[in-house]
Design a protein around this ligand. Structure first.
Ligand SMILES: N[C@@H](CCC(=O)N[C@@H](CS)C(=O)NCC(=O)O)C(=O)O
Length: 208
């Protein structure tokens, strides 16, 4: 069978989530470190977003679509539950991760700080506005992790791999770190999951 190709730069939280899934399942893959909106990406994603995936004739965009394909097409442990409740709860946390955690931690805070205008600096009003939203997210995740070991119950699912890189990025910046650190369940979860080989082996290269 053809090689599995994951397309996208390793610094992307969503690319890392897909790479973590491959690592956890033991699925070999080739990483094509393409930036958003480059030809390899635009050929698959109408939005020009990463990650994308190719496997023989199959091309998929959107990380959850890619994760579903990999989980079903390859042997190894399952990380998207098949039972009705497990599947729904996993999907629920993936959606919450994408709509809330990615939006407020990644787009409204991390990306604004990292890609700030060199002369004007980051838009601090927008960063400040993100902080109370991140506080709500931290509480929601912390509450869920007080009820179960992982977001979708007592086994690791793709929902955890989806949010972990986002939380890890949030802990790198003082504005979000201060909020996240106040949540003991979330911090214990971050420590446990970032120790896994799937996280360690997918670290992006240091910024030049
Ligand atoms: N819903 C998409 C989001 C992917 C996404 O936001 N990727 C970012 C990099 S982490 C990207 O490609 N940004 C460029 C853009 O949105 O134009 C998914 O789950 O794959």
């Amino acid at each position: 069978m053809a090689d599995l190709e994951i397309i996208g730069v390793p610094v992307s939280n969503y690319v890392r989530s897909i790479r973590m899934l491959c690592e956890e399942k033991g699925v070999p893959y080739t990483l094509n470190p393409a930036f958003p909106h480059t030809p390899a990406v635009a050929a698959i994603s109408p939005a020009g977003q990463i990650p994308c995936m190719r496997h023989g004739d199959v091309a998929v965009f959107e990380s959850k679509g890619i994760a579903t394909y990999i989980d079903k097409a390859f042997a190894g442990p399952k990380f998207i539950p098949e039972d009705a409740v497990g599947a729904a709860i996993c999907e629920q946390w993936v959606a919450y991760g994408n709509v809330k955690v990615d939006r407020w931690i990644m787009r409204e805070l991390v990306v604004r700080l990292v890609f700030a205008d060199k002369e004007k600096g980051p838009d601090m009003a927008k960063i400040d506005a993100a902080v109370p939203e991140i506080a709500k997210i931290a509480k929601a995740l912390d509450d869920a992790l007080g009820r179960s070991t992982y977001l979708a119950g007592d086994s690791l699912t793709f929902a955890d791999m989806n949010v972990l890189p986002m939380i890890d990025y949030g802990l790198m910046f003082p504005q979000s770190k201060a909020v996240l650190e106040g949540h003991a369940n979330l911090m214990a979860y971050h420590a446990r999951l970032t120790a896994r080989p799937s996280f360690q082996n997918t670290a992006p290269p240091p910024r030049a």
